[in-house]
Write a protein that binds this ligand. Structure first.
Ligand code: CO
Length: 453
């Protein structure tokens, strides 16, 4: 978008020709009360004129992006509302419910829009309503940034660091394959590497793609794969031992348990891994089992990361304020967007819990941009789950955060600095067959019983 499309008043005109806002302010261009207003120097009032939901899947993952349009020609914002497993439900929540609630409101009243939208359904929280709110909320931060001619991180207080350190995903069928993948990640500049390995004889190990099919004792449903917790918790410490022996101490290793094992096995795993100095162990428990964290904390100094499934502040406030975790892993769109995530980051700061926002492929590039804008302005930032965007993603989302040398860099364009090429997005329409990745809910044990994904 051409900035000049919407910088149609004198104050913003300075920004359009590249003069810093401070300089413009010093020259008395901005309104300083009634006199300025009387001279027509205030930016005109804004209204939300439309809220659109765009579904696309440039990387074969169903993404939901929200576009909030305003009464100022050409001024719009983008937000991530991706709940890939229930894309159509989020679409409905936005199109049928949030949109009529928002039309005509002032898009700069971000806090009020969050608070009022949050209670507009009376029943609240959850991934559908959280993602719907997030799509709008991020778009409003994008709009206020564009209007102020400032990147969103500047609105959050400015840069605390030059770039955002990330971790790479690696996996393999054998320890040697994981090691080869980790060495490649090191060569690309990553200092932090998540390591996941297949468990022999099992097909559904989290984070390991392309596993061979294995026979189940009772073949119930083959989509999700076969998985057992016991062999898994025995192999992971051996993987860490291998990786430390082969790659030394000058690299950080991470691992994601993905809430799959009984709490007592997760506790054993943390103790077994402690000697290999993991950077963090992620989601040792499910959200339903967070009551175990106090016991785990007393047992081990293994760094703990938790929380991509969290919806409701009551699920995580206790973990943070009692210093039971080291990294908060919330999926920002799940909890309602940047307005909510900023508060979580600030809460964490007082308890020295670091942020490690969830950043896999089912966060849209718009959501990744939001993550990175918050990361760069958060003093207690810990690490960011990184993603190397495909060419198709870059075509659909011009301005994706850049990954170089293992660091995410944001551009300095106003707002979130990312756009949506709707023509390109239409080349990747989402199909409803199947409606989502059917492996979720289909991971089963040998006896056919379902396990958490
Ligand atoms: Co995870």
């Amino acid at each position: 978008m051409d900035r000049r499309d919407f910088v149609n008043v004198s104050a913003a005109g300075f920004a359009a020709v590249g003069l810093p806002l401070m300089a413009a302010a010093e020259q008395g261009v901005f309104s300083r009360g009634p006199a300025g207003a009387a001279q027509g120097r205030r930016l005109p009032a804004l209204r939300i004129t439309d809220v659109q939901t765009i579904l696309t899947q440039p990387a074969n993952i169903k993404l939901i992006v929200v576009k909030v349009l305003t009464s100022e020609p050409g001024l719009y914002g983008l937000g991530c509302a991706t709940f890939t497993q229930r894309a159509r439900v989020v679409e409905t929540a936005i199109d049928r419910y949030l949109k009529p609630f928002l039309i005509g409101k002032d898009p700069l009243q971000i806090e009020d829009i969050f608070q009022s939208s949050f209670v507009s359904s009376y029943w609240r929280n959850g991934p559908v309503l959280g993602n719907a709110l997030s799509g709008v909320d991020m778009a409003l931060w994008d709009i206020v940034g564009k209007r102020a001619n400032l990147p969103v991180y500047q609105l959050f207080g400015g840069k605390c660091r030059d770039a955002v350190d990330t971790y790479a995903h690696t996996s393999g069928g054998t320890f040697q394959q994981v090691e080869a993948a980790a060495r490649r990640a090191r060569e690309r500049g990553y200092r932090h590497i998540r390591i996941q390995v297949a468990v022999p004889g099992l097909t559904g190990t989290y984070g390991v793609g392309g596993q061979a099919q294995a026979e189940r004792d009772i073949p119930v449903n083959r989509r999700g794969g076969l998985w057992e917790p016991g062999p898994y918790v025995r192999i992971v410490p051996k993987l860490f031992e291998h990786m430390r022996r082969q790659m030394g101490d000058d690299v950080e290793f991470l691992h994601d348990v993905h809430e799959r094992v009984p709490p007592i096995l997760a506790m054993q795993l943390c103790r077994d891994l402690e000697q290999y100095r993991p950077f963090f162990l992620e989601d040792p428990f499910s959200p339903e089992d967070v009551g175990y964290f106090e016991k785990l904390r007393a047992l081990t100094s293994c760094p703990l990361a938790m929380g991509e499934l969290f919806n409701n502040p009551n699920e995580y406030i206790h973990l943070i304020s009692n210093r039971l975790i080291d990294f908060i892993r919330i999926h920002i769109s799940q909890i309602g967007g940047l307005t909510q995530a900023r508060k979580v980051a600030a809460l964490c700061e007082w308890f020295n819990v670091r942020t490690a926002w969830h950043g896999p492929g089912d966060v849209s590039p718009v959501g990744h941009a939001a993550n990175v804008h918050l990361d760069i302005a958060t003093p207690n930032f810990g690490i960011q789950e990184g993603r190397e965007f495909t060419q198709a993603e870059r075509d659909v989302f011009p301005g994706c955060p850049e990954l170089r040398n293992g660091y995410f860099w944001v551009n300095d364009r106003p707002g979130l600095g990312i756009d949506l090429n709707e023509m390109a997005a239409r080349r990747f329409p989402i199909t409803d067959d199947p409606p989502f990745d059917m492996r979720w809910g289909n991971y089963r044990r040998r006896d056919g019983s379902v396990i958490r994904p």
